[in-house]
Structure formats: C-alpha cells, structure tokens
Design a protein around this ligand. Structure first.
Ligand SMILES: Cc1cc2nc3c(=O)[nH]c(=O)nc-3n(C[C@H](O)[C@H](O)[C@H](O)COP(=O)(O)OP(=O)(O)OC[C@H]3O[C@@H](n4cnc5c(N)ncnc54)[C@H](O)[C@@H]3O)c2cc1C
Length: 403
C-alpha cells in the first residue's frame, strides 16, 4: 500500500491549488483522478479577474493551448424578458477563456504533485492518526494511506458521500446542459458571456461563442427534459435576438450541479482528517462561476494542512478558521445588502444599471424579481435574509451552518 502525506481526490483547479501549497511545503502529495488526463470538463471557461490573478501568481502565464477562441472574455451581458440588455466589463480588463481540458492539466502538472489518473476514489476510513483510501485503477482495487485527505472532486461529491451518505438527498439538484451550433448569423457579441434572467427559459440560461460555434445552454431542476428546454431557448434566441443557428452538433454535454450551498451558507468542509474543498464544498459564485473560488478554497485547504502540522492542531479547526474568508467572498455575492451597498462582484452591476433610463431600470428590477421568484420552492429566501443580516453583526457568516 502506498503511504503519502496527503491524498487529493480529483485533478481539477481546486486540487491543483491545494497541491501547490502542499508540495511547496515539502509534503508528499498524491492526486487521484478518475478520468484519463488531460480530461474533458464541461464549463464555459469564463474566468473571473481574481481567478486569473491566482493562476498567474501560482502557475505562471497561461500557454496558448489552455485557451479557447475567442481567447478572452470582456465580461458578462445580462438579458431580460423586457428586452433590456446590460453589458458589464470585468474590472481590470478581459480575462482568458479557458479550455478546461488543457488548463486543468497544465495547472495540476505545474503544482508538482504526483498524479494517478484513471484511478477512481471509492471510499475511505479515517483511523484518527491516518486515513485509508480505497480506489479503483482501471477496475482493479488499490489502497492508499495518508495523514490527510482532501476531497476536490467537484459536484459528483464522492468524498462527501463517503462522509455523509445522506447529504445528496438533502439538497436540490440541478441539471445543466449545453449544445454546440454552427452559426448562420449571431448578433450576440462574441466578447461577452450572455446570461438570461428569464423565468420562462429556465433557472440558468446562457450562450457564448467558442471555437467558431455558438453554445446554447440551459439549467433547470433535475427531472425536466433537456432537449425540450434547449429547443425553447434556441427558438427564443432566434425570435428575440435574431440568432440563427444550425441544428446542434452531436457533442452534447450535461451534468448534475449542487447549486445552492453558497447562497445559504451551507458549506460542507468535511470531518476529522478529511477536508472538502472547491465546488464539492459548495463554492459557486454568482452566474455559476466556480473556478476562482475553487482555486482559492483549494489553496486554503492545502495551507490548512500545512498549518495544522506546524502547530500540531486538528486540521478541521484550522481549516474552518481559514476558509471563513473565502466563505465571506463567495456568499457576499449572493447577499442582497452587499449587492445593493457594496461591490461584491467583479463587474460593475450598479454602474451598468445607472447607465439605463429610469424606465429600463424599473423593468430590470421587476424582471430580476420575477426571476428570483422561480427559486421560491427551495425556501432559500429566509436563509439568505438571515445571513445578510448576520454579516454586519458578526463580520462574516455563521460557522455553525457548515457540515
Ligand atoms: C455548464 C457549466 C458551465 C460553467 N461555466 C463556468 C464558467 O464560465 N466560469 C467558472 O468559473 N465556472 C464555471 N462553471 C463551474 C466550474 O466548472 C466549477 O465550479 C469548477 O470546475 C469547480 O472546480 P473543482 O476543482 O472544485 O471541481 P471540478 O472542476 O468539478 O473537478 C473535479 C474533478 O474530480 C474528478 N473526480 C470526480 N469524482 C472522482 C472520483 N470518484 N475519483 C477521482 N476523481 C474524481 C473529476 O473527474 C474532476 O476532474 C461551469 C460549470 C458548468 C457545469
């Protein structure tokens, strides 16, 4: 059995950031990835300025193969049913349009950690002084032993499931899917990521240019019909925005998403010697942007392991103290008081709103409210309001709500 300091599950961005901190501190770090690397990852690849800075500072300039065409994105355009559109540029200029298959591979290689791909985590046993990790490499059982384990395994949550088998039943699940179309005519600017606040289209509706094609994506509560939902959006884009597309190509993509925990401060950080980070822990920014918080939370999980060893303290205690800053950062983005009176986002929504006429501002606020009502069934409203009120009183969000 292979024995190392830390095993990280998943070879994505949260894992690369965690691994970088651990390797830099001299800890023997092993990353397990269920797929063969470089692996595909469904993602729009729109990186926030903060995520971009993290990559530059930790891994260096991005090689060309880590980018899609167009190679950068200026910001986000919000569209509303009243046909008002609001383009918003990222603070500090355009950011790279990441090709996740190659950017994640590049980052994990730059971390310096040893990676075992085609190795799927299946379970663990925390024995106090160490953790036994069970995995399958190309179908064959394989076991590892580590002082700590970090679950950076994204929304499929295998490590969370091993720790809390009932957890997946306790949260709402969404499905997001995208189809790729050859373009006949597309007036939507290729420089922006386009997002629709339209309750009639779905919980999450987007479109953007990639490598000469147009992506049309839709997200909704799991259980609905993707083909039908996608057709509604494609027809809407044609009728309302004059977007004329060929029928979708064969490379259709979709996955289940654990959207919600960061809105209501219900993160999952693990227990004992097992830490959970990135999207698996619930980090997802507004508009489903998850890379920057995956990178930062991943780095914090790695730092927490290093700190816990230096100070000889329980790793959960250290991790929970350190991760509070990233929780503030992410949950602030959903906090209505922060949105109204501060600038939690990396593009200027209030400034874009102020550029509109009074009439259009009223339409945008009404349309946003109607969109928010779509989420009423999840009963998040009271929890968001109580977190918002808590924020100025305790200077953060209650740790008692974390698993
Ligand atoms: C359609 C879509 C569009 C998106 N667009 C954007 C965007 O434009 N910008 C943005 O910032 N974010 C976007 N996101 C979100 C972003 O992709 C994620 O939040 C981010 O990738 C989370 O990173 P992570 O490192 O936590 O986990 P992930 O990137 O999900 O990586 C988890 C890794 O763990 C591996 N793994 C899973 N199970 C096992 C197992 N049992 N054993 C071993 N390995 C395992 C997976 O194969 C994967 O490599 C989008 C997501 C979707 C679905």
């Amino acid at each position: 059995m292979r024995s190392v300091d830390v095993v990280i599950v998943g070879a994505s961005l949260a894992a690369a950031a965690a691994a970088k901190r651990l390797v830099d501190a001299g800890l023997e770090t092993l990353v397990l990835e269920r797929k063969e690397l470089p692996r595909h990852k469904i993602c729009s690849g729109i990186l926030s300025p903060r995520g971009h800075r993290f990559l530059l500072e930790n891994f260096g300039p991005l090689p060309r193969e880590t980018l899609h065409e167009p190679t950068s994105c200026r910001g986000v355009t919000f569209h509303f049913p009243s046909m008002v559109s609001m383009p918003m540029d990222f603070f500090g200029g355009p950011t790279p349009h990441l090709h996740r298959k190659y950017s994640d591979y590049w980052a994990i290689q730059r971390s310096g950690a040893e990676v075992h791909d085609r190795t799927s985590f299946v379970g663990l046993e925390d024995r106090g002084g160490h953790v036994l990790v069970q995995a399958r490499k190309q179908g064959e059982p394989v076991e590892y032993r580590a002082r700590q384990v970090i679950g950076a395994d994204g929304p499929s949550l295998p490590v969370v499931r091993a720790l809390y088998p009932d957890y997946p039943k306790q949260i709402p699940w969404f499905f997001v899917g995208q189809k790729f179309h050859d373009i006949i005519d597309c007036p939507l600017s290729p420089d922006y990521f386009h997002f629709w606040f339209h309750p009639g289209l779905g919980h999450y509706t987007w479109s953007h240019a990639r490598d000469g094609r147009q992506i049309v994506g839709v997200g909704f509560k799991r259980g609905d019909n993707f083909a039908r939902k996608h057709q509604v959006v494609q027809r809407y884009l044609e009728e309302k925005h004059c977007v004329r597309l060929q029928p979708p190509d064969d490379d259709i993509e979709g996955c289940a998403e654990n959207f919600g925990p960061s809105l209501i401060n219900r993160y999952v950080f693990g227990k004992g010697n097992v830490l959970v980070t990135g999207q698996a822990a619930g980090f997802l920014n507004m508009i489903g942007e998850g890379m920057s918080c995956a990178l930062h939370s991943g780095a914090i999980s790695g730092e927490a392991v290093v700190e816990a060893r230096l100070r000889n303290r329980p790793v959960q205690e250290i991790y929970r103290k350190m991760i509070a800053s990233e929780v503030r950062r992410t949950t602030d983005q959903w906090n209505p008081l922060k949105i109204a009176f501060d600038k939690p986002h990396e593009a200027d929504f209030p400034a874009a709103l102020m550029e509109l006429s009074w009439g259009d501002r009223a339409k945008v606020l009404r349309d946003m409210w109607r969109f928010v009502v779509l989420f009423k069934e999840f009963k998040w409203g009271r929890q968001i309001a109580s977190a918002a009120l808590q924020r100025p009183i305790i200077g953060g969000y209650s740790m008692r709500r974390w698993l």
